[in-house]
Design a protein around this ligand. Structure first.
Ligand code: ATP
Ligand code: MG
Length: 234
């Protein structure tokens, strides 16, 4: 197991957003967090990246307590995030955005890894000199994922990668998530699109108002009647 959250509580001032959340991610596994708006999914990712401190509980990364590791050091530890709403650097080119993803690295394989990103997202290669702010929504999403991959993470956190994209692009993004798992890194995927997320994931956690109310193999949850009713529109 590379990531383990135990008894995590967190919030924003008086707003308690997570209560006693425990979850795990194994090496090479795709795990999805599903739940309604405001359920605490993004907050959970913020605790993992260190953007938000937990008020209780532990985040263990490869067995090591992360509480004392500041957010900017966690990328070097192997945790990368593609945030909600993409947040690429709009006035930088595609190439510069990808290079920013690799800024913590000092090894010689950065160009090689950029080629790997182009294999996943051929469109980015055609757009290398284009300003990121002028890319389409789908292209910006691909760039945000590509930029996260450039830090050579062991765990990739994806917050709503399919949000606001056309159906064809959504399909493409999920197929790329499958390809990413083939690269051997673990993915923690937050999605509104529970149907697609459960298809691509090994395991899932269902969040309701800041708590994990259900968890298990994705295939099992897909056939759970409550999940079908609440999240799959069946
Ligand atoms: N910066 C903030 N300040 C105050 N409250 C916040 C902040 N960010 C989130 N919250 C609150 O914390 C709760 C959990 O929010 P969170 O963003 O984690 O939900 P989510 O599951 O990611 O929802 P969505 O699917 O809409 O992205 C919500 O009640 C939200 O209003
Ligand atoms: Mg969110």
């Amino acid at each position: 197991m590379i990531l383990q959250l135990t008894g995590i509580s967190a919030g924003y001032g008086a707003v308690k957003a997570l209560h006693d959340v425990s979850l795990e991610v194994d090496a090479g596994e795709v795990v999805t967090l599903i739940g309604a708006n405001g359920a605490g999914k993004s907050t959970c990712l913020k605790v993992i990246t260190g953007l938000l401190p937990a008020s209780a509980g532990h985040v263990l990364w490869q067995g090591k307590e992360l509480a004392a590791v500041p957010a900017h050091r966690r990328v070097a530890e192997g945790i990368a995030m593609s945030p909600e709403g993409r947040q690429v650097f709009p006035r930088m080119t595609v190439r510069e955005n990808l290079e920013m993803g690799a800024y913590i690295r000092s090894d010689a394989n950065i160009e090689e890894d950029m080629v790997k990103v182009f294999q996943l997202f051929p469109i980015l290669k055609d757009r290398l000199q284009q300003l990121a702010g002028t890319l389409s929504g789908g292209e910006q999403q691909m760039l945000a994922i590509g930029r996260a991959l450039m830090s050579k993470p062991r765990l990739l956190l994806l917050d709503e990668p399919s949000l606001g994209l056309a159906p064809l692009i959504v399909k493409q993004i999920f197929s790329i998530i499958r390809d990413i798992r083939g690269l051997g890194l673990a993915v923690l995927l937050v999605e509104q699109n529970a149907r697609q997320a459960l298809k691509v994931a090994d395991r899932a956690y269902v969040f309701e108002v800041g708590r994990v109310v259900l968890s298990g193999p994705a295939a099992e949850l897909s056939s759970n009647a409550d999940v079908q009713k609440a999240y799959l529109g069946l």
